[in-house]
Design a protein around this ligand. Structure first.
Ligand code: NAD
Length: 495
């Protein structure tokens, strides 16, 4: 059946055949030891569509011991051979992209065209790190003629990957591909509301030639499956993407085993528009920055900081574009999909209700919604609060939904002050035609990544990560490979 036909079939019947239901351990599907199952939901309809393994400590231990058993062999596999397997995985992912995007859209709720972009991005990550595998090199050290000093980058060992629900396949790929390239083995734990594409990826990597045990996937809740994974003594590194409180707990668990950790946490990222900017381009940028994936993006531009002289004209343009957004089921290629879960919808709604109770009034949106075609689903209207004070929670608190806070700046310096006025520091966007002002702001804004004149510019080649409450460590780019390596230096007397 073609993917289009499968989507039509799913929308008519609410059922989708041939989805994975077990863990993926040691190169094979593995039933949960306690035989416990949990449901995953279609957020566009607000209904369950599939059951999968609810893993526990025993399942996690099987997966970690499988990775541990495979570590020596994979770590010693010739780097070019590791790269060739990753390249085959990228090709397979491109061949099977339609199915992956369909399942990703269904499980997360995001519009199909966004899921297609995520799957293409995941394939790019495997290509990029396939090419990096045999370019991981050591150094020599100048310690005199009578000595030879050199270093050897070694894989750190078993790595754990805790994956969030907002970008399941792309977050998985950006962590797992460099880990495998570096010669590490993997145990991945996808979020409990989006388990499917990570399971499919585990199976795909095996079909691409990855030896058994090198990439394992355990599903289940954070407390039952995530916590024992990050606390497992054989795990030597943890790549975590998720919320600040969970990240803090993961760091504590890692400390007990003296394992390394990188944390990709939340954000409240500013999109700064100076008065000389191309306001149409800026308005397009704002829409993508806050309404892609219904604002459930760690690097969303959830604060628009605009110079006063451009405020009215820009807001008119943004509101006109908001009115053109189409709420609907992701598989129907809507432009605003649902929130990923009912509890998350309730969280977003409560934060907006609290803002209204404080006297803030949205200039547009502000309420939960449903898919007009079905009357169902966990949607929230695209919402804008204008001219919000720096200390208001709408500016300070990550809402993780389609809610934009507008802040008015008096000049460029004021824009930088406002931009740096929260505890988060993940990314920042700048729209201006003034080359010097753009780069001054890029210097002065506290962020792990700055986009100039195109929000979300860049790709797998560009390092990404946060400062302060947004976390630490960098993913993407060649920088990411070093998360998975430890340096052994050798000094020998030879003369
Ligand atoms: P969360 O922290 O609750 O969950 C994230 C992942 O952690 C899930 O897989 C979950 O099962 C797992 N988890 C939960 N408890 C755990 C525990 N005790 N031990 C180990 N793992 C555990 O976050 P969420 O609410 O699902 O995700 C949204 C948050 O993630 C937002 O704050 C967002 O900003 C952040 N996020 C950040 C990035 C980034 O790249 N910086 C990307 C996506 C999401």
């Amino acid at each position: 059946m073609s993917t289009d036909a499968a989507i039509r079939d799913y929308l008519a019947t609410g059922a989708l055949p041939a989805l994975p239901a077990d863990h993926f351990i040691a190169g094979a599907w593995a039933a949960p030891t306690a035989n416990a199952r949990m449901e995953t939901f279609d957020p566009g309809l607000g209904k369950p569509f599939h059951e999968f393994a609810a893993g526990n400590e025993e399942d996690v231990d099987r997966a970690v011991m499988s990775a541990d058993g495979a570590q020596d062999g994979w770590g010693r596999t010739k780097a070019g051979a590791r790269g060739a397997i990753l390249m085959r995985a990228a090709a397979l992912l491109r061949e099977e992209a339609a199915r992956f995007a369909f399942v990703e859209s269904l499980d997360s709720g995001k519009p199909l065209q966004e899921a297609e972009g995520d799957v293409a991005g995941a394939a790019r990550a495997f290509e990029y790190y396939a090419g990096a595998a045999d370019k991981i090199e050591g150094d020599t050290f100048p310690i005199g003629d009578a000595y030879l000093g050199y270093s050897h980058p070694e894989p750190v060992g078993v790595t754990a990957h805790i994956i969030p629900w907002n970008f399941p396949i792309s977050t998985a790929a950006r962590g797992i591909a460099p880990a495998l390239a570096a010669g590490c083995t993997v145990v991945a734990k996808p979020a409990e509301t989006t388990p499917l594409t990570m399971l499919m990826l585990g199976d795909l990597l095996h079909r691409a030639g990855l030896p058994e045990g090198v990439c394992n996937v355990v599903t289940g809740t954070g407390p039952a499956a995530g916590a024992p994974l990050v606390a497992h003594p054989r795990v030597r590194h943890i790549t975590f993407t998720g919320s600040v409180p969970t990240g803090q707990g993961v760091m504590q668990a890692a400390s007990r085993n003296v394992a390394s950790v990188i944390l990709e946490l939340g954000g409240k990222s500013p999109l700064i528009v100076l008065k000389d900017a191309d306001l149409d381009a800026a308005a397009d940028g704002v829409i993508g920055a806050i309404y892609e994936n219904a604002g459930q993006v760690c690097s969303a531009g959830s604060r628009l900081i605009v110079e006063r002289a451009a405020h009215d004209a820009l807001l008119d343009k943004v509101i006109a574009r908001v009115k053109a957004l189409k709420i609907g089921h992701g598989l129907r290629r809507s432009t605003l999909g649902p929130l990923n879960s009912e509890p998350h919808l309730q969280r977003v709604a409560a934060k907006v209700a609290a803002a209204k109770a404080r006297g803030l009034s949205p200039v547009i949106g502000g309420a939960a919604a449903v898919d007009p075609e079905t009357g169902a689903g966990w949607f929230f209207e695209p919402t804008i609060f204008d001219d919000v004070a720096l200390d208001d929670l709408v500016v300070q608190d990550e809402i993780f939904g389609p809610v934009l806070a507008v802040q008015i700046a008096e000049d460029v310096e004021d824009a930088a002050r406002l931009a740096n006025g929260t505890d988060y520091a993940l990314v920042a966007g700048i729209y201006t035609r003034d080359f010097a002002a753009a780069h001054r702001l890029a210097r002065d804004v506290d962020a792990g990544q700055v986009y100039i004149n195109e929000y979300f510019a860049g790709g797998i080649e560009v390092p990404f990560g946060g400062n302060r409450q947004s976390g630490f460590g960098r993913e993407k780019g060649l920088a990411a490979v070093h998360n998975y390596l430890r340096v052994k230096s050798v000094a020998a007397k030879i003369g």
